[in-house]
Design a binder for this molecule. Structure first.
Ligand code: SAM
Length: 275
């Protein structure tokens, strides 16, 4: 029991919340674990928390128990709303439930002051939402940190550094304007029902300014071109940018025979002027 609320298994059976694969429903029912995730987000007392996909509310409860000023929770599955309303009653004035699709809903009118995003995301929309949060029109964005669950393979791509097998577009997009680290590793058995793959919680701490100067659109373009043919030399993968691309790369101090996977963030930012 927590704050008079029944155990999550009971909530799932009394509200008929059988997990739906189409909604990426793999629930966390162990409150010790969800509290650990909530704590890995950093101090919550002075923050609003945006949670995507609260489901039956295991992480939502943990965020409130760990002192979140307010939680704004966006859930697509109408069946979960009644269970979430029980939590809202146990924590008066601290939980706002928004029923809808996180890809379409504008949450900005509901957020007030420093905001952390904390979520056990549905895997089918996790990367799309992440890219949106990492590449807003204006920097700094509305959030100060994000603590998000991904499939382990995606988490490894996010935190990868040059020359590592997983280094790619996602690593550059994430680490250009954030510090990233894996906060927790979870086996499939931590979830109900267990997914096929292991998972990791990644913590993103927003930097006030980008690590190295670059135009975001140009950087995105050059990184996409370079990694689309990651095994090729830059003079070949970037040849669409002009016949003299090798000379231009050399002019910027980057050897055109190198491959995308060897370039540091700073080097990508430097050559982004060519895109
Ligand atoms: N937070 C809960 C937990 O940890 O037990 C549930 C996590 S489950 C992996 C993902 C949740 O996201 C589900 O509750 C699902 O209904 C919800 N969801 C799926 N697609 C969504 C969408 N487009 N917008 C908002 N929520 C969505």
């Amino acid at each position: 029991m927590s704050n008079g609320l029944p155990p999550l298994r009971e909530v799932i059976s009394s509200h008929g919340l059988s997990a739906r694969k189409s909604l990426g429903q793999n629930f966390l029912l162990d409150l010790n674990l969800t509290r650990k995730i909530a704590r890995s987000a950093g101090s919550l007392e002075d923050h609003d928390v945006l949670e995507i996909g609260p489901g039956p509310g295991g992480l939502t409860r943990a965020l409130l128990m760990e002192g979140a000023r307010r939680v704004i929770a966006v859930e697509k599955d109408q069946r979960c709303v009644a269970a979430l309303e029980d939590i809202a009653r146990a924590y008066p004035g601290r939980l706002t439930i928004l029923q809808g699709d996180a890809k379409d809903l504008d949450v900005s009118p509901h957020l007030d002051g420093p905001t952390r995003i904390v979520a056990n995301l549905p895997y089918n929309i996790a990367t799309e939402l992440l890219i949106r949060w990492l590449q807003p029109n204006m920097w700094p964005p509305f959030w100060s940190s994000m603590t998000l669950m991904f499939q382990r393979e995606v988490a490894e791509r996010i935190v990868a550094t040059p020359a590592q097998k997983s280094y790619g577009r996602l690593s550059v997009a994430a680490n250009w304007r954030c510090d990233t680290r894996i906060a927790l590793q979870l086996p499939p058995g931590a979830f109900t029902p267990p997914p096929k793959v292991s998972s990791s919680v990644v913590h993103f701490q927003r930097l006030q300014d980008a690590r190295f100067p670059a135009d975001p659109n140009r950087l995105e373009r050059i990184v996409a071109l370079a990694f689309n043919q990651r095994r090729k030399m830059l003079r070949s993968s970037l040849k669409g940018l002009g016949p003299d691309i090798a000379d231009k790369l050399e002019g910027l101090g980057v050897d055109p025979t190198r491959r995308a996977e060897t370039l540091s963030l700073e080097e990508f930012c430097k050559i982004s002027v060519l895109a």
